[in-house]
Design a protein around this ligand. Structure first.
Ligand SMILES: CCC[C@H](NC(=O)CCC(=O)O)C(=O)O
Ligand SMILES: NC(=O)OP(=O)(O)O
Length: 315
């Protein structure tokens, strides 16, 4: 594996999930695999889970890890080609990515969307330039349109905790106070549509995701109907795809509550975190027995370790 940016980079999703669960049972089984190999984690945006879980996964495999918050610690990056750099940018991504590829055997990159120019964001211009110029294998730490390590961890969690062979999984939109990326829901939808689950996306009208990511999903606008009989509820806010990056309405009544859970099949509640309590998801759920958000976050380690193991094996 030379690139992990989406479910489409995975040849066998079920095998990857099984490998991750096996690593969870025996985390140090491959400690020699990463010996004297270096992972560089490059963040253009904040992170807790991705930063810590991916470092832990790499260390479990015996790797050395370097972390760079390039937005704060690096030089101001120029992403455009052919410009005269006589303004505020100091280093072109061509040199920055190329040099990092000299130091690391594998590079992880986080680059959120700007949520202003949909064509630029959905072309994955920044992420793809890192891939093009660093010349080593790259793992996405969340890009403009996807978050594959999160989605793999989410699928691992569902496979680990499901009580039926083909659980009903519902991705429900949730309120927020600022426009958030579509990356997490896009990615969750792509992975669920490749998994053996009954998958529904429910959102207020106008918040439909790009259909490139939702082929195979049931689309609903009635949250109560969608939640009926659900086994897993994935809660997440996202901004509108059209008009791009917009907040179309507060819809405060979309926040999940225990009352809404009564119509589910004793559903487990998931969220990628960080979560805005009592805006996106209620305290009563997050502090109650249905929430598995911390367990889900714990599985980020095994998702990253399974991916890094496959990358190391193909170096
Ligand atoms: C893993 C999730 C990262 C990011 N989340 C946020 O940006 C939350 C920011 C906030 O709540 O102010 C997102 O929604 O893509
Ligand atoms: N879920 C997730 O990726 O969390 P961080 O943004 O804290 O890494």
């Amino acid at each position: 594996m030379k690139l992990f940016s989406s479910v489409n980079d995975v040849t066998d999703v079920n095998a990857l999930v099984k490998e991750a669960l096996a690593l969870k049972q025996d985390p140090f089984a491959h400690q020699q695999l990463g010996k004297n190999k270096t992972l560089a984690l490059v963040f253009l945006n904040p992170s807790l889970r991705t930063r810590m879980s991916t470092q832990k996964a790499a260390m479990n495999l015996g790797m050395n890890v370097m972390v760079l918050n390039i937005d704060k610690e690096g030089w101001a990056l120029e992403l455009r080609d052919g410009v005269i750099m006589d303004g505020t940018t100091v280093e072109h991504i061509r040199e920055a990515a190329g040099v990092m590829g000299q130091y690391a055997d594998i590079i992880g990159v986080r680059s959120f969307p700007g949520l202003r120019n949909r064509e630029e964001d959905y072309s994955e211009m920044i992420f793809n330039k890192f891939v093009e110029f660093c010349k080593v294998p790259v793992v996405s730490l969340e890009s403009a349109t996807r978050h594959p390590l999160q989605s793999l961890a989410d699928l691992i969690t569902i496979e680990e905790l499901k009580k039926t062979a083909r659980p009903k999984v519902v991705l429900t939109w949730a309120p927020h106070i600022k426009p958030l990326p579509q990356a997490v829901p896009n990615s969750f939808s792509e992975w669920m549509c490749k998994a053996d689950v009954d998958f529904t996306i429910v959102q207020p009208k106008g918040y439909e995701l790009c259909t490139d990511f939702t082929q195979g999903a049931n689309i609903s606008y009635n949250q109560d109907e969608a939640l009926a009989g659900a086994d897993f509820i994935y809660v997440k806010n996202w901004s509108a795809y059209e008009p791009y990056g917009n907040i179309l309405g507060k819809h405060e009544e979309w926040m999940l509550t225990n009352k809404k859970l009564e119509q589910t099949n004793d559903a487990k509640v998931m969220h990628c975190l960080p979560v805005r309590r009592n805006l996106e998801l209620s305290d009563e759920i997050l502090d109650g027995p249905s929430s598995i958000v911390v367990h889900e976050a714990g599985n980020r380690v095994w998702a990253a370790q399974a991916v890094l193991k496959q990358m190391l094996e193909s170096l």
